[in-house]
Design a protein around this ligand. Structure first.
Ligand code: ADP
Ligand code: MG
Length: 401
């Protein structure tokens, strides 16, 4: 069972410490915040993300008014009012404010805990019913395409390629795109897009048993370009709890309702991320035009080959390409004995300005050469899924018939 997150809003020290004492001993209940007034509670709401709010009726700013606001803005939060006596008037106020229950202080520990469990379960049930209804509409006939962006050398531009490719795909194909940050220790895709992750992959993993696409959707962060983002953990130490099976489930669930799943990878092979290779339709190996990066990719190709990784999935991408470089693009191809699938030029100024502004370069400078090179890549990738597009429309015909 997942933890129930509780936010308490109470300014009376005695009531507050009573509640805190009771809850500190209860398994499955986590306190996500304490506020002393309605104003403070509203400020906390976004950060604390409570499932249940315990609201004292007499807090500064009025507990009932606060309850009404929260019901309006965050209807998934269950509210329990703490009152001093049971009167018809207060009951009505609570009902109109959208509270789910009312406790009369002083109350026994079991009353409090029972009320939290019950209101929480009620809300979950409602969500499940809603989910059952919507899932019928959302079922996709075709699995989305998984594009894994990898390199065994850090700093070659995996995150840069993954973020801009995801945005470019969304803009030009108008299909649904999700970006997954699997650089579990150093993930910075959210940062590159200037979004603050409210949830991360750790939340998804904690809920993995119940995971379906509505629950998954609730953990994704929308970006203004239209893509959704599954962010890496805020705390790297959480990464060790994430295993290959988790990642496989996550990718498969995302594939069931996105057309493209773009995966930003760490700079090393290890077991947990193996499914991102296995599930990939395209493995974009990123290199730059220098000896160290090329050597790394060579070694990486040898490893993939020894693992019998399907060669046709592997696509080589040259990033930060410069015509002035001593190593020419031809040299990259001959050294690696592999054709380049795409070339993205070096654009120091545009890329730094895009990073500083937190806006992907393809959005900020759509006409620049670098953005056009992403458009070429997008066309190649979406073109390779043309068959899918045809299959999709055939399925649609079938569905109509
Ligand atoms: N084509 C490019 N032109 C200029 N700068 C680039 C280009 N690609 C990447 N960079 C810069 O290189 C740095 C490393 O890129 P990043 O995507 O974080 O690499 P990785 O994810 O592989 O570690 C970033 O500062 C990024 O802005
Ligand atoms: Mg990166």
């Amino acid at each position: 069972m997942e933890h129930i997150k509780v936010l308490i809003v109470e300014d009376d020290p005695e009531k507050r410490s009573t509640v805190l004492n009771i809850l500190s001993n209860v398994e499955y209940i986590t306190l996500t915040g304490e506020a002393g007034s309605a104003e403070e509670a509203l400020e906390m709401l976004d950060r604390a993300i409570p499932d249940v709010m315990l609201i004292g009726a007499y807090v500064p700013g009025d507990g009932y008014k606060l309850a009404e606001k929260v019901t309006g803005s965050s209807p998934w939060v269950s509210i329990i009012m703490i009152e001093e006596d049971l009167r018809e008037e207060t009951m009505r106020k609570a009902i109109f404010a959208g509270a789910k229950d009312m406790l009369i202080y002083p109350f026994s520990p079991s009353k409090l805990v029972d009320s939290i469990y019950r209101t929480y379960q009620l809300e979950r049930k409602k969500q499940v019913i809603h989910r059952d209804k919507t899932s019928v509409l959302k079922k996709k006939s075709q699995k989305g395409q998984v594009i894994t962006v990898f390199s065994t050398k850090g700093g070659v531009g995996r995150t840069f390629i993954a973020t801009n490719l995801a945005v470019s795909l969304a803009q030009h194909t108008r299909e649904k795109v999700v970006l997954v940050d699997l650089d579990l220790d150093f993930g910075n895709a959210a940062l590159a897009l200037n979004i603050i992750p409210r949830y991360t992959i750790t939340d998804v993993v904690n809920d993995i048993r119940n995971l379906d696409h509505d629950l998954m959707e609730s953990y994704l962060i929308p970006h203004r370009s239209g893509i959704k983002v599954l962010a890496a953990n805020a705390q790297p130490q959480m990464a060790e709890f994430i295993n290959a099976e988790h990642i496989e489930i996550i990718i498969k669930v995302l594939q069931s309702f996105f057309d493209y799943v773009v995966v930003d990878m760490p700079a090393r092979f290890y077991e947990a991320i193996d499914s991102a290779f296995q599930e990939a339709d395209l493995l974009l190996l990123v290199t730059t035009q220098d000896v160290a990066a090329i050597r790394n990719i060579k070694a990486c190709m040898v490893s993939l080959n020894s693992l019998n990784y399907p060669r046709q999935k592997i696509k080589l991408l040259l990033n930060r390409a410069e015509s002035r470089s001593d190593i020419k693009t031809r040299d990259v191809e001959t050294t690696l004995n592999y054709n380049l699938y795409a070339i993205i030029p070096e654009e120091h100024k545009l890329v730094s300005s895009s990073l500083n502004k937190g806006i992907p370069v393809v959005l900020l400078y759509p006409r620049a050469k670098i953005s056009r090179s992403f458009l070429d890549l997008t066309r190649k990738i979406s073109g390779s899924s043309q068959e899918k597009v045809i299959e999709k429309s055939e399925n649609a015909v079938e569905a109509v018939e």
